[in-house]
Design a protein around this ligand. Structure first.
Ligand code: UD1
Ligand code: CA
Length: 455
């Protein structure tokens, strides 16, 4: 069987006024990824589709976001917001391209699953002209109602246009649709705007198709999958559903989450098997973690690549460009940014390591700081394999410390240290015999004299 061709159209022209935001609604994020990208990904996951985005406000930004996940996406503009059917027709040129299946997705509906889309397309493959993604609504108000006759769908009635009897129907339109490419343009062009809102409703193609004797059916998705984001409360709900799914998926893949509900993932977090994530860990975008790693409590990671058997935290912060090799340890209150740390190196306490290369097995003492920034430029610190950096040292970059070198505690290192050398970058200690006892006597006498003067 040859695979059916598919065009997915993502409607992203919503004003989103209820977000109360300067940003278009579809650029608000779930798991660190704009809503429009979630919709685009869902469309692709549901059966390799060519993608068209219909944008309105700030369309350049919307296209830029969408093409990050779907490089080949085509952009169309809906200049006036005249309804969902009108929005779909903005992509008329793409629809005319002769696809077998035309999918319509809403950019404000980020939780659609690949299997939901596959079910829509299966309906078309089985001969339907239109397949609608329905769901049983706990509270149907605001949604279009699916009016059925047996397993056939006869119409979708928008909430504002419902009769009392129709309003009682709880089987609702989730907003996603699959239309046979053969009929798509002619159905969409037949839509009028004689309704309560004076809009061209995409949903009207159901009744038009049914009247023409074409087969129209509905599939059923979970209510969760069709959750639409119209305000910040729904944005938080979508985030919560997304996180719950990701936690389940992560645990089923062999990762231990000690307190799953306290771990926050990004859209692209990757974690290997037998890794343990303790409570209250946050993953920003771009984190990839190997197997058998432990991420201790209260750590924050973003843009970090971590190899097997590493140990991170508690209270560690890994920022973009932190690349930790096998068995590296980064302990409490350490920050690592743009640094390659080779196997077995340890940065155990209270350090800042930025713009650095650290050799295998090096030991970075408590409180070590790479002074990487001079107010204008960033500079590199290189530390050789097996080097030992004494506690509370400041390494003023650019600077290079050789293999197996020692840096004495409390040093300020401004010049290179050769391999195997011991560097003292601090004042030499002097001991004065008996001076401590004499000082103590003088201070004690001073205190007694003051007490006597007060009476
Ligand atoms: C729509 C459906 C309704 C369904 C509900 C599910 C229609 C007419 N109604 O209602 O049956 O139950 O979704 O959430 O389709 N958009 C444009 N241009 C426009 C109008 C809308 O791009 O001119 C986009 C919006 O950005 C949004 C989507 O289309 O992403 C849906 O539009 P919206 O106005 O939110 O429709 P609902 O009233 O929610
Ligand atoms: Ca909506």
């Amino acid at each position: 069987m040859t695979e059916r061709t598919c065009l997915a159209i993502v409607l992203a022209a919503g004003e989103g006024t209820r977000m109360k935001s300067a940003r278009p609604k579809v650029l608000h994020e779930v798991a660190g990824l704009p809503l429009v990208c979630h919709a685009a990904r869902a469309a692709q996951a549901g059966g390799r589709a060519d993608l068209a985005i219909v944008a309105g406000r700030q369309s350049d930004d919307v296209l830029k976001a969408a093409t990050n996940v779907a490089p080949g996406a085509r952009l169309y503009l809906q200049h006036e917001r005249l309804g969902t059917a009108h929005a779909v027709l903005a992509a008329r040129e793409a629809i005319a391209g002769g696809y077998d299946d035309v999918l319509v997705l809403f950019a404000d509906t980020p939780l659609v699953k690949a299997e939901d889309i596959a079910a829509l397309r299966k309906g078309l493959a089985e001969g339907a002209a239109v397949v609608v993604m329905g769901f049983e609504a706990a509270d149907p108000s605001g949604y279009g109602r699916l009016l059925t006759d047996g397993d056939r769908l006869v119409a979708i009635r928008e909430d504002k246009d419902c009769t009392e009897a129709e309003r009682a129907v709880t089987f609702c339109n989730g907003g996603l649709m699959a239309i046979s490419g053969e009929h798509a343009l002619s159905l969409l062009e037949a839509v009028g705007n004689a309704n309560a809102k004076g809009e061209y409703y995409l949903t009207d193609i159901v009744e038009i198709a049914a009247t023409r004797g074409l087969k129209v059916v509905a599939t059923t998705a979970d209510e969760e999958s069709v959750l639409g984001v119209n305000n910040r409360i729904q944005l938080a709900e979508a985030e919560s559903v997304w996180q719950a799914r990701k936690r389940r998926e992560t645990m089923l893949a062999g990762v231990t989450l000690v307190a799953p509900e306290t771990v926050h993932f990004a859209h692209d977090t990757q974690i290997g098997a037998d890794t343990i994530v303790e409570p209250n860990v946050v993953f920003g975008p771009g984190v990839s973690i190997g197997a058998n790693v432990t991420i201790h409590a209260f750590s924050h990671l973003e843009g970090a690549i971590i190899a097997d058997h590493a140990q991170i935290g508690p209270f560690a912060r890994l920022r973009p460009g932190a690349r930790l090799a096998e068995k590296v340890k980064v302990g409490n209150f350490c920050e690592v940014k743009n640094a390659d740390v080779a196997a077995g190196a340890k940065i155990n306490h209270l350090s800042y390591i930025g713009d650095a290369r650290i050799g295998a097995g090096a030991n970075i003492g408590a409180g070590t700081i790479t002074c990487n920034y001079d107010g204008f430029l960033k500079h590199l610190t290189q530390i050789g394999a097996g080097a030992f950096i004494g506690s509370n040292s400041a390494l003023v970059a650019p600077v290079s410390i050789g293999d197996n070198a020692y840096v004495a505690s409390g040093s300020v290192i401004t010049a290179g240290v050769p391999s195997d050398a011991l560097a003292f970058g601090r004042a030499r200690q002097e001991n004065k015999d008996g001076l401590g006892a004499r000082l103590r006597e003088r201070l004690k006498a001073e205190k007694e004299a003051r007490a006597a003067a007060k009476g």
